[in-house]
Design a protein around this ligand. Sequence first.
Ligand SMILES: Nc1nc2c(ncn2[C@@H]2O[C@H](COP(=O)(O)OP(=O)(O)OP(=O)(O)O)[C@@H](O)[C@H]2O)c(=O)[nH]1
Ligand SMILES: [Mg+2]
Length: 419
Amino acid sequence: MFLDTATIYLKSGNGGDGAVSWHREKYVPAGGPDGGDGGRGGSVYFEADPSMNSLAPFRFTQHFRAENGERGSAKNCTGKSGEDLIIKVPCGTVVKDAESGGILADVFEAGERIKILEGGRGGRGNARFATAVRKAPAFSETGEKTVERKIRLELKTIADVGLVGFPNVGKSTILSVISSARPKIANYHFTTLNPNLGVVKFEDDAFLVADIPGLIEGAAEGLGLGHSFLRHVERVRLIVHVIDVSGSEGRDPAEDYFAIRKELERYSKSLSEVPEIVLGNKSDLLQGDLSVAEKISKAIGKDIILVSAATKFGIKQAISTIYEKLKTLPELQRLSFEKYEYESKDRDSFEIHRDGDAFVVTGGYIEELSRRVVLNDGDSFRWFQRALRDKGVIKALKSAGISDGDTVRIMDVEFEYYD
Ligand SMILES: Nc1nc2c(ncn2[C@@H]2O[C@H](COP(=O)(O)OP(=O)(O)OP(=O)(O)O)[C@@H](O)[C@H]2O)c(=O)[nH]1
Ligand SMILES: [Mg+2]
């Protein structure tokens, strides 16, 4: 099954906790603190894999977690870092935050690796909290916990040329004669159910062609195979619009042409501005009467390159025209977008507000502190008070009008304030 969108859940690894430990050696009583730091959590990356062409692997596997960092241990041993998680996706996968729709990455070039989620920081061991006055800190820091993110993947195929046109005009047949792709070909509508890619070799060069199926009038509103495949035309450099000049199905090729143009325009203005070449296929059925083709060309106001995928008439010429045209067009480019940033963790700010008589201190700085504080440990609590003073929290409380005996609430603890 072809799948060009997927929703998955990603989580980078938590940081490991710092350790509390004391140096022990025979004949050395009361050694100093030697608890090591926790290891870093693994990060999550996406890597563009040119051998993949759909997001099918994400149909059944939706939860991905990088490894957590391990806790630190005695003898100042830092915990092992969590292994990074590398998830392979096809080239052209656009990664979005599912909640906000913000774009995190366009995984574009084969082999390219992009970090999506950063692993959590490891907590510091008690050895790191020792100072000249506090020789035996009995507390350490917990590792940073990471948050699971809901992610949306959208494949926007990267190709130089997009083959568009009404069903049954011969797009897949053309792809099969110009490239080594072997798409299904049959005399009914919607034979092709998902975009096919083919590499066209020309001179010593090559270009990539995508057969975009299922466009009919109303596609932008969901008719036919709907507009979902227009996503794959979005970033082609050149549109090759195929019409059936023979009108073999009793249809008017000029009308079909305008119907498809309308869908492209409805989908997006930029898509309608992509340069276009028109191929008049099934010319073998005209039996030499080229006046029909001239009429169509006049009606649509564009030159038509006559071809027959069945007899291969005009095919070489068409390939070389496409190739020459591509040479004049800008290279394929990744999306230009402003990278969505997850709110970077605020580790620095605090605020004070009143709750009845109490002074309540909250904010990112306080949460960071809470990773380090074991409140029933006197030593840790003293360190905490010191940190509040250094940070200017005490000063801010004073400006907020605190006086001796008032209650301060920070995290889960309340204490009385005395200067
Ligand atoms: N006579 C003639 N028949 C052709 C030519 N090219 C394709 N056909 C026939 O037209 C029918 C449709 O061809 P496909 O290549 O499947 O058409 P398509 O545009 O890919 O169609 P969908 O996948 O349904 O959108 C098949 O029966 C082909 O054999 C041609 O140049 N001449
Ligand atoms: Mg087809």
